[in-house]
Design a protein around this ligand. Structure first.
Ligand SMILES: Nc1nc2c(c(=O)[nH]1)N[C@@H](CN(C=O)c1ccc(C(=O)N[C@@H](CCC(=O)O)C(=O)O)cc1)CN2
Ligand SMILES: [Mg+2]
Length: 289
């Protein structure tokens, strides 16, 4: 089975469009600000994709582009401007940032109520403690959970193996799967004999940025394989971290690249923008209801 992230993403649009329409009818304009510093070509594509999806759904989208040599102080000031702007519900700073900027200082500067990426220490803490309170979650792992749910792949009592220990994908992914009842194994770049772990995975999440790291022989027959990788091969073609053509003959379910995880990342961003919009306006929405 091929897990069609792009198709699911498009399928979820109509519900979100209706939600935006209802918010606008109540006088509420959902608004997302995306800040991008520098000229990383992949980031330009992702930001453009986010903007297009927002416009399609009726969400107001502002893109703030700044040059490669933009200072941290100026970036913090720009974030503070939007923290103060009550018309803005979500603020996202596209990663990676140029080297002169401290990513964690930038993430901490974003108002918690507008942290649509779920990267703040408070949101991460709530995720890892499986909090009952509202929190945003990193959009890629959230999108993966939405795909698993849609395809009736229940993580409960499954062995999930995470390859790649990033803050954006690997670490929050493991927490979400644990919260859903999976037995989770985190691997690390220092893990020896990686395939001895991957071969025992019922759900295998791969997010390393190493093209074709995972071969068919590294996969347990019937496993669900989620490929978060986005690499350019020698011909400039976009390929994942999984050797898809061979892996799909072994896996029970697998995401393609492109058209798998990427579009669902953007769907999650839109969902969380709407959640934060509703939270910021809950008093108004209570009286409308
Ligand atoms: N502030 C953030 N920065 C980054 C995040 C994030 O969630 N927040 N995640 C990644 C990049 N990312 C979103 O920003 C992202 C990556 C890929 C896609 C996507 O649509 N991929 C398409 C292919 C696009 C292409 O042609 O290159 C696909 O997989 O089909 C969307 C968003 C790092 N930074
Ligand atoms: Mg913060």
């Amino acid at each position: 089975m091929i897990i069609d992230g792009k198709g699911l993403s498009n399928q979820l649009d109509s519900g979100m469009k209706a939600e935006v329409k209802a918010l606008r009818a109540a006088g509420i304009e959902p608004k997302l600000v995306v800040i991008i510093v520098g000229h990383d070509p992949a980031s330009q594509i992702y930001v453009r994709n986010k903007h297009r999806k927002a416009i399609k759904l009726g969400i107001t989208s502002i893109i703030e582009r700044r040059p490669e040599d933009f200072s941290q102080a100026d970036l913090l000031a720009l974030i503070e401007q939007y923290n103060q702007d009550e018309s803005v519900h979500g603020i996202l700073v596209q990663l990676p940032l140029p080297k002169q900027i401290d990513e964690s200082a930038v993430i901490r500067a974003i108002d918690l109520k507008k942290d649509v990426d779920g990267f703040s220490p408070e949101n991460v803490g709530k995720l890892f403690s499986n909090s009952d309170e509202h929190y945003s979650v990193s959009c890629t792992p959230k999108g993966i959970m939405t795909m698993l749910t849609h395809y009736d792949i229940d993580p409960a009592d499954k062995h999930a193996v995470i390859v790649g220990d990033s803050n954006i994908v690997g670490r929050p992914m493991g927490a979400l799967l644990l919260n859903a009842g999976a037995t989770v194994t985190y691997t690390h770049i220092l893990t020896q004999d990686l395939s001895s772990y991957t071969r025992t995975a019922d759900i295998l999440i791969v997010a390393t940025g190493v093209a074709h790291l995972i071969k068919a022989t590294d996969i347990k027959p019937g496993a669900t394989v989620i490929d978060v990788g986005m690499n350019r091969d020698e011909n400039g073609k976009l390929v994942g971290d999984v050797d898809y053509d061979h892996a799909k003959t072994v896996a029970g379910a697998i995401t393609p690249v492109p058209g798998g995880v990427g579009p669902m990342t953007i769907t999650s961003l839109m969902q969380q923008t709407l959640e934060l919009t509703k939270l910021a306006n809950r008093k108004i929405l209570e009286t409308v209801r």
